[in-house]
Design a protein around this ligand. Sequence first.
Ligand code: SF4
Ligand code: SF4
Length: 413
Amino acid sequence: MAIDKAPRGPRSRARIVRWIVLATVLTAITVIGYLHQVLAVNKPQGVDALCPFGGLETLASFITSGVLIRKIAMSSLVLLGAVLGTAVVFRRSFCGQLCPLGTLQEGFGAIGRKLMRGKRLTMSKSLDRVARLFKYGVLLGFLSITWATSTLVMRSYDPWVAYMHLTTAEVAEYAFGFGVLAVSMAGSMLYDRFFCKYACPMGAFLGLISRFSLFRIRRNAETCIDCTLCDKACPVNIEVSSADVINSAECINCNECVNACPVKDTLEISTSGGTRLSPVAMTGSVVAIFAAAILLGSITGDFSITKPTLAQESGSAAGQGNGGGEGSFLDTGLIRGSTRWNEITEATGIPAETITDIFGIPADDQSRALKDSTELYSVSPGEARAWVDLWQTDRTAAENYVPGTLLSEDHEE
Ligand code: SF4
Ligand code: SF4
């Protein structure tokens, strides 16, 4: 069934501010994802290390053993803290005010609305109610397996991971995620916030927390004229016009209902004690909470946009000054497909000339990632890792090593 959506409401300034924030976050994270694919030096962190859900995925491992699961950095935990901070105060405001995947869905939703002349599709209420439970299954399923195995099992299915690898040469690796991304965007052209409503585990998690949040949207029934513009404006189909307080875990705190309401002060963002905020002030507060968490994380060294080098990772894994160079012992489990040869030199003190002598890789080509050396120099990341192990335990054997004789399972990133 198709329904008409609300026309633009009286608070277009709040809408513009929200859209500027959403577009800025989406642009910034897209650029970071692109630079992660193309830069060799000062490379930004990968998508997993800059995703608050990554913080949730690594939480069990971090709490029980102090170790982050592979591909996750402390930055994810800082972002998780920021999201939790916004959720405690403003419910699912991360979804409605910041989330870049939400912004993409709203963009595709706008295209769908243009094509369908302002109309949107709705599901039958019973089917919709059941379908919305799916995201809780996604949360429970992926989180319990991730916590039990300390592996990012959701990665291959994650549409956001796929989006952040749009420019990678290894598209096939993210094929399933691209499929989920395509279905989510096509779905959003017909149904607002399709992925948020039915499949997002982060949204499901924040929905559970939102039960305890401070601010909610409240309706003043005395001044309400029952025009139902708020219902039509709501992307997640909440019947705002018949509620006194929006308690639904589905509310993404986009404030579109407040912005659409034609009667002043009839819909407001407030606490049970009567503290009120305008939609613009709420957007500003959400941004401020996020900025404060990132600033604090940067000061303590727990948040970094840039990927640490192998020597830095090795130093922090050892918990003290094992920061690389001759005599440093490197945990070779930190060597990945994306590690560069010159990072190995920096972290272990293995001379560049030795790498040239053994594997035939010229010194000026050692800024190449291990995974990119496989085809050119016939040395896989697994062999490189095994050889570094040998160097650290039997220097003479490593110096006389014959390439191709030490093979171990590859470890790509
Ligand atoms: S109830 Fe209002 S704030 Fe919540 S999702 Fe709907 S329009 Fe957005
Ligand atoms: S709350 Fe506002 S938008 Fe919703 S029905 Fe009442 S007057 Fe209309």
